[in-house]
Design a binder for this molecule. Structure first.
Ligand code: KG4
Ligand code: ZN
Length: 374
């Protein structure tokens, strides 16, 4: 089965064709990074306008590279959330139009779940599966019992980790997107020069989905080890917080260069030496990765999943990959970087699995959901 995937939730216009959820026939990404770089972040209106210009050529290119005409496409999958409304509208409108005019079944896809499914293009991870999802807008630990049968066991209470990378990069004068800039600048830095605190998160009770409840004869494939009196709840300690870390970096930079709280933050970087920038980048990169790895290891030890995957833009981070590899007693097959950041191959792959479990959606009824959750 060949699925055309369309993704336009943020600042990349993407289309891809994937066969049977595993073979990439084409994977086209038109990046807007150079446009947004000069603003230090994404400008939603500019992103939407750029998507309008790029969407048709990108889809056409994906069809050409896959060497297919429309008869060769069995279904279309499109990201309908979460993301920027103007951006999502462009991709979903293109997908709806194509589904109607080319008579193809349409599967709306959740962008964040799509990131997890990028890993099915590399290897077929086994269930139960633990996914660490780390992007510009999400930081989550999710347990999958089977395809699309999951429980979010940890999430960020404030900033996403990618957002923290982007904000810290701005404070120390590095370009957008912050993740790759921080990683590069930090290569020559001392990761132990600046000490930043790790957020301590309170316990949060998590209710299990009904289908995960333990049955009296214990036939359910519940993978959760319940530690309370109520067997249908678990005590979560897997939440994240990154806004404190970002503020800690800001305060440390202010202190380092002898400037007060009210000094404009966009001017701070002018006073930093190249060495200081490298050391700040390395120190932040190390602690951000450590925070993610600690919680992932804890969840691994509690739930003993058969596989662990990392997903989303921050999954491209080499320090995170290295620390995870050292911490976990399980082999992790990492996706190549172009499948970690936004792409449509992951959406086409998710579309393939959606088509096995769900009916297609009437293209006239597909609506965007900018705040869609897992
Ligand atoms: O998944 P993604 O491409 O878009 C969203 O869905 O948000 O993730 C973008 C985020 C940005 O915050 C970017 O700074 C971060 O991923 N990122 C990285 C790296 N490459 C991208 N963070 C750390 N290290 C990287 N190498
Ligand atoms: Zn993404």
């Amino acid at each position: 089965m060949r699925v055309l995937g369309i993704e336009s939730s943020c600042d990349d216009t993407c289309a891809a064709v994937v066969e049977d959820g595993s073979i990439i026939l084409s994977n086209v990404v038109s990046s807007q990074i150079d446009i947004h770089k000069k603003y230090g972040g994404i400008v939603p209106e500019v992103a939407a306008r750029s998507h309008i210009e790029a969407i048709n050529p990108v889809i056409e290119q994906a069809m050409i590279e896959a060497n297919l005409d429309w008869d060769g496409i069995d279904a279309i999958a499109v990201t309908y959330g979460a993301g920027l409304s103007g951006s999502l509208l462009v991709g979903t409108l293109a997908a709806r139009t194509l589904a109607i005019t080319k008579h193809k079944p349409l599967f709306p896809a959740n962008h964040v779940i799509g990131h997890v499914y990028a890993n099915f293009l590399v290897d077929k991870p086994k269930f139960p599966l633990l996914a660490l999802i780390v992007s510009g807008s999400h930081t989550q630990l999710v347990l999958f019992r089977d395809h699309l049968d999951y429980l979010v066991i940890g999430k960020t209470m404030d900033d996403a980790v990618g957002e923290a990378y982007d904000k810290v990069a701005r404070i120390i004068g590095l370009t957008y997107p912050g993740g790759p800039s921080i990683e590069k600048a930090g290569q020559s830095g001392d990761a132990n020069r600046y000490k930043f605190p790790k957020a301590q998160m309170p316990k949060r009770e998590i209710e299990l989905p009904k289908s995960w409840y333990k049955t009296p004869d214990n036939t359910s494939q519940n993978i959760l080890v319940s530690n309370g009196e109520d067997e249908n709840r678990v005590n979560g300690v897997y939440d994240f917080s990154f806004s404190g870390l970002k503020t800690a970096v800001l305060r440390c930079v202010q202190k380092e260069i002898g400037k007060d709280f009210d000094y404009p933050s966009y001017k701070l970087a002018e006073h930093l030496s190249e060495r200081q920038v490298a050391d700040f980048a390395a120190s932040f990169n190390k602690i951000a990765a450590e925070t993610l790895v600690e919680k992932t290891l804890k969840a691994y030890n509690e739930f003993s999943p058969k596989s662990v995957v990392i997903a989303g833009g921050v999954a491209a981070n080499q320090e995170l990959r290295l620390q995870l590899k050292q911490a976990l007693p399980i082999e992790i097959k990492y996706a190549p970087i172009n499948l970690c950041t936004d792409n449509a191959a992951m959406i086409a792959t998710l579309g393939f699995y959606l088509s096995k479990l769900q009916d297609p959606t009437n293209p006239h009824e597909v609506k965007i959901n900018p705040v869609l959750r897992m």
